[in-house]
Design a protein around this ligand. Structure first.
Ligand SMILES: Cc1cc2nc3c(=O)[nH]c(=O)nc-3n(C[C@H](O)[C@H](O)[C@H](O)COP(=O)(O)OP(=O)(O)OC[C@H]3O[C@@H](n4cnc5c(N)ncnc54)[C@H](O)[C@@H]3O)c2cc1C
Length: 291
């Protein structure tokens, strides 16, 4: 399968890339890892007249913690999933993201695909959308008109739809640095290794003197977008992770899910997997550093 004809640009600076987006935005697509865009173009589900390949743009491959304000993790638009998978910084400080990274597809996809590209693609079965929701992340986008910081909950707008404008480039994802004792994980049910999630669950908690001060729960594959289970999160804050609070939070997370029956399973089955996986994730955290 061949894509339809398109004009190809490979800018080397951010200004150049933003200039191209200002000129061609409506008819253009940004190419990052290409793991979603290229298949879509080959299948002719997407036929952009212009492709702006950002892979040569300098300054988009940073993965670092900023100490500004309360501190945050910065993931540049060209940071590959494989880099996230091998990062000691993530393993130490951002365990929800560290456990999700190796569960994305296979090594070939992870060598090319980017977290920021995955967020822009806004597939409700994308794993990083849920991780970002659990961690209260945001996406930094730039255009020739300036910069916007969009909380992930507002960034993910519907199936394969985000609130980024056609003239904007997502330059980085940010996640607030954890405080106190914290722990997190990502659980994914897949039909076989490398498949998209039947259900995925991202969980994060931080605690002080045994009580939860911050909780994050994101759900994959059970709605039109990744879902932030806010009521389940609220049920944990101020409480200890006990069997009772974990049961209540997992029940509320299942209630927040809005799954559809498809080849991966029935809606009822997926909702129950959410309940079981949220409980399993929180049980795991209760025995880890957050305890
Ligand atoms: C076989 C296979 C299995 C997969 N399995 C999984 C899985 O299990 N879980 C999962 O989460 N994902 C999975 N993916 C998707 C993979 O993670 C993709 O890499 C990801 O969704 C898109 O990232 P990318 O960098 O390749 O983006 P691209 O394919 O380059 O772009 C995707 C979309 O985002 C836009 N875009 C990309 N970067 C930017 C930017 N910086 N600014 C503005 N717009 C941008 C593009 O224009 C395009 O519309 C799979 C992909 C394949 C091919």
């Amino acid at each position: 399968m061949f894509p339809s004809n398109f004009e190809y640009f490979a800018p080397t600076t951010l200004d150049e890339a933003l200039g191209l987006l200002a000129e061609h935005g409506e008819e253009a697509k940004v190419l990052a890892g290409g793991q979603s865009l290229i298949p879509l173009m080959k299948l002719r589900f997407a036929a952009p007249a212009v492709v702006i390949d950002i892979n040569r743009v300098a300054g988009l491959d940073h993965l670092e913690e900023s100490k500004r304000g309360r501190g945050f993790l910065r993931i540049g638009a060209l940071v590959r999933n494989a880099t996230l998978e091998r990062s000691d910084l993530l393993a130490d400080r951002y365990p929800t993201m560290a456990t999700a990274a190796p569960l994305i597809s296979d090594p070939i996809v992870r060598n090319q695909g980017t977290l920021v590209g995955s967020l822009c693609h806004a597939d409700p079965q994308g794993d990083f959308g849920s991780v970002m929701l659990a961690l209260d992340g945001e996406v930094v986008v730039k255009s020739t008109a300036g910069e916007r910081r969009i909380p992930i909950k507002r960034f993910l707008d519907g199936p394969f739809t985000s609130t980024i404008r056609p003239d904007e480039l997502a330059v980085e994802a940010r996640v607030p640095s954890p405080e106190g004792r914290f722990s997190g994980t990502y659980l994914k049910l897949e039909r076989k290794v490398g498949d998209f999630a039947t259900v995925g669950v991202a969980v994060f908690v931080s605690t002080e003197r045994g009580k939860v001060t911050r909780a994050g729960i994101g759900l994959t594959g059970v709605g039109a977008t990744n879902i932030k289970a806010t009521e389940a999160e609220a049920a944990l804050v101020g409480n200890r992770l006990t069997d009772a609070t974990i049961d209540e939070a997992s029940r509320l997370a299942a209630a927040a899910a809005d799954p559809r029956t498809d080849v991966r399973g029935s809606a009822d089955y997926k909702r129950d997997v959410v309940r079981v996986y949220v409980a399993r994730g929180l049980q795991e955290l209760s025995g880890a550093r957050a305890a």
